[in-house]
Design a protein around this ligand. Structure first.
Ligand SMILES: Cc1cc2nc3c(=O)[nH]c(=O)nc-3n(C[C@H](O)[C@H](O)[C@H](O)COP(=O)(O)OP(=O)(O)OC[C@H]3O[C@@H](n4cnc5c(N)ncnc54)[C@H](O)[C@@H]3O)c2cc1C
Length: 463
């Protein structure tokens, strides 16, 4: 049995795996992607690096992490989609599918570094072909060098600036950047700037992106409200209200974004304790500074434990690896403390600006709690009005909602609606999202075929 299983090969997983190997642990790293990198450094070893001039210096930082990982003795299993996680007295078993076959792997400890997902942006028309998230647009660019033509970026958050700059560098700038963020939001966040100044590098990067956007002549519209995508069988325009009037921008693609939230699918499947983060309006697993969760032997790090960015993710991964090594007797407590000092200091500096960023880029109420006619569960085609109605009829939480109409039970397993369901029920019952909670996650975490299930019986792999 391996000492450590690591699920996720983003910056947190790569740094943790390399550190664990340095400390003498036998570790296996799994990811459904084709190679290491995670979201930010996606395709860093499989072609993304050739697009370095577009993607920027931050992206290339991932090459160093990937190189260190490749040089380590860590076992790496890519294109492996983990769909079940079981904890026992001996350790943890991951079940995953790869090339149409399922397999199991066991470890004494587990580090979950499954990163973030983009917050759903349920606005009228968001289910039309031609609408995608900004992150999805960026995945196309990183993985395949593809960018949509005649695109409008809409929503809020620094990722929109980054993508707009990357598009402009590629010679295909967006038609416009329509932001829901307003000057009032910045003023509200201003008192948090001073305490956050240890994160000045992030701030400078953001200002640099805005300056580059101006140089490229990208049109920016701020304080936009009432966003809606127009079209019958394809997006044809984005409509919004700004500067006191309703405006429309004709386009072929709309890329929506309202920040990212921790991906809690795996931590919820394991029934770890979670907490509501009021400023980020999201849930995250409860963990200590080293990532230890409410279940012994299970650790979390990176954006999956709270959004803090790629550099913070890598240091959180290193801290978790040090603690796991100490727990397995590979490191004395004194050595763990000494070696944790530098990554812990960097992590704290990286996190310093978060309060400012979260306050400066708030999610509009209309996105958190959309109007009745808006689809919220895309898989089962359920509207916000239906959720409110079922709430009034007695559904007190997302688990009861499932009996009324299956919201959150489609192929995405609630990834694109869970937070909206919670917000809508909180509104209906006059309570807080913390009280409503999230729905229970059951295996499989990701869709699995009968053939993959059956393959577990083949050979000598026990089910
Ligand atoms: C779409 C998107 C784009 C982003 N782009 C940027 C950017 O350009 N710049 C920036 O600064 N920040 C970006 N971010 C934020 C950035 O993701 C994080 O700050 C950073 O990548 C977090 O690192 P991490 O190691 O915690 O997780 P991630 O980098 O997200 O890595 C998590 C890994 O876990 C794997 N995984 C999850 N579940 C499973 C499963 N069940 N089976 C197998 N593998 C699994 C995923 O494939 C992924 O590779 C982006 C976020 C998103 C969601």
């Amino acid at each position: 049995m391996r000492d450590l299983l690591i699920l996720g090969a983003g910056p947190a997983g790569m740094a943790a795996a390399t550190e664990a190997a340095r400390l003498g642990l036998s570790a296996t790293l799994l990811d459904e992607a084709e190679g290491p990198g995670g979201q930010i450094y996606r395709a860093i070893t499989t072609g993304g690096a050739s697009r370095a001039p577009l993607l920027g210096a931050d992206y290339m930082h991932g090459a160093t992490l990937a190189k260190d990982l490749m040089a380590s003795p860590v076992e790496q299993i890519f294109t492996a989609t983990v769909w079940d996680i079981a904890k026992s007295a001996e350790g943890v078993t991951l079940t995953y599918s790869r090339n149409g076959q399922a397999a199991q792997i066991t470890g004494k400890t587990l580090l979950l570094v499954t990163g973030a997902i983009e917050r759903p942006v349920p606005i009228p028309g968001w289910t039309l072909p031609g609408v995608m998230t900004a992150g999805a647009g960026q995945i196309l660019l990183k993985a395949s060098g593809i960018l949509p033509e005649r695109a409008v970026l809409a929503g809020s958050g620094p990722l929109l600036y980054l993508l707009a700059v990357q598009m402009a560098r590629a010679g295909m700038p967006p038609l416009a950047l329509v932001e829901t963020q307003s000057t009032r939001d910045i003023l509200r966040a201003a008192p948090l700037l001073l305490p956050g100044l240890r994160g000045w590098r992030t701030l400078l990067k953001g200002l640099g992106l805005l300056a580059e956007l101006r140089r490229h002549g990208v049109r920016r519209i701020t304080a936009a409200t009432d966003l809606a995508v127009l079209g019958t069988d394809h997006a044809t325009a984005l409509r919004f209200r700004a500067q006191g009037r309703v405006q429309e921008i004709a386009c072929a693609t709309v890329m929506l974004h309202q920040g990212v939230v921790p991906n809690t699918q795996a931590t919820r499947a394991l029934r770890l304790d979670h907490q509501w983060l009021p400023r980020q309006r999201a849930f995250a697993p409860v963990c200590d500074a080293s990532g230890a969760t409410s279940a012994p032997g299970i650790y979390v790090a990176g954006d999956g434990s709270g959004i803090a960015g790629a550099k913070a993710a890598a240091d959180a991964g290193r801290l978790a690896a040090l603690t796991i090594a100490a727990s397995l007797g590979h490191l004395t407590e004194a050595a763990r403390r000494a070696q944790s000092r530098a990554p812990a200091a960097r992590l704290s500096a990286e996190r310093a600006l978060r309060a400012f960023l979260d306050t400066a880029y708030p999610v509009p109420e209309a996105v958190l709690r959309p109007a009745d006619g808006t689809t919220v569960c895309r898989c089962e085609e359920i509207t916000a009005g239906q959720i409110r109605n079922w709430g009034r009829k007695g559904a007190m939480g997302p688990n009861q909602l499932k009996a009324f109409g299956r919201p959150g039970m489609g192929p995405c397993q609630g990834r694109s609606c869970a937070l909206t369901l919670t917000e809508l029920l909180a509104e209906t019952h006059g309570s807080s999202p913390a009280e409503i909670g999230l729905g229970r996650i059951r295996p499989p975490l990701k869709p699995v075929t009968l053939g993959e299930l059956a393959s577990l019986h083949e050979g000598d792999t026990p089910l």
